[in-house]
Design a protein around this ligand. Structure first.
Ligand code: BEZ
Length: 237
């Protein structure tokens, strides 16, 4: 019997990123092994020479240095072929001026995936949306090759790349300082201390009066963590 889930699995948070070798616009890559020790964002786009994707590539490529600061590399993918990728990236650099961005060179690798092998491994083909184009997927993968965040957007919706950068900074801050980040957190905002795991700690938290904690209740306490402390720590890595 045919397994209807073949090609439909979706890698989950906390799992090792599925491995593959692929041809890209920057030569062959061995993923994720070649990226061990770095954070990496693997993302897909539906098709070359399309407007939303062009706006996304120009934005992402323009922010590559912002991601580098956090030891984070970018890898793109669509189910188009290598020569289409090369032609599209050349067009972007030579002809497209958009929102003040021009002469944008996409230096990160763009995977060719005509067989959809990689797209299927990463759940990027979602037939309810399209049988022939990958959805806009984003996998944030840590230096140990573990998936830390997964996003899927439909074809019509361009992604917010400031949010993707915020995700990388928030994950690295949570790892470095053993905290969590509240809704809409930005570096410099208060962070959440781990919820009290015993009655004693709950009482201690509520009794703390030295101003180091702000407790909304015993299970919801925040503390200050300034931007400089975060950036000094993250840039060391
Ligand atoms: C776009 O990038 O503009 C696009 C790609 C596929 C379907 C719809 C829009």
């Amino acid at each position: 019997m045919e397994n209807e889930n073949v090609g439909r699995s979706i890698p989950r948070i906390g799992e090792k990123a599925p491995s593959f070798r692929a041809v890209t616009t920057q030569g062959e890559i061995n993923f994720p092994d070649q990226y061990a020790g770095s954070w990496v964002i693997l993302f897909s786009h539906p098709a070359d020479f399309t407007p939303v994707c062009t706006s996304e590539f120009m934005t992402f490529a323009s922010m590559e240095k912002d991601f580098e600061k956090y030891n984070c590399k970018l890898v793109g993918l669509s189910v188009d072929g290598l020569y289409s990728h090369i032609a599209w990236l050349r067009t972007i650099k030579d002809k497209i001026e958009y929102k003040g961005m021009k002469d944008v060179e996409v230096k990160f690798p763009l995977i060719e995936d005509i067989t959809m092998e990689v797209a299927n491994k990463y759940g990027m083909m979602q037939p309810g949306e399209s049988n022939t184009k990958a959805v806009r997927a984003v996998f944030v993968i840590d230096p140990k090759g573990v998936i830390r965040t997964v996003l899927y957007y439909p074809l019509s919706l361009g992604r917010n790349f400031q949010e993707i950068l915020r995700i990388v900074i928030a994950l690295q801050t949570a790892d470095a300082f053993s905290i969590a980040t509240p809704a809409d957190w930005q570096p410099g905002d208060d962070v959440i201390v781990p919820t009290a795991g015993s009655c004693g700690v709950a009482k201690e938290r509520m009794d703390t009066k030295d101003g180091s904690l702000k407790c909304y209740d015993w299970f919801f306490c925040t503390k200050k963590l300034d931007k400089d402390t975060i950036f000094k720590q993250l840039e060391k890595k």
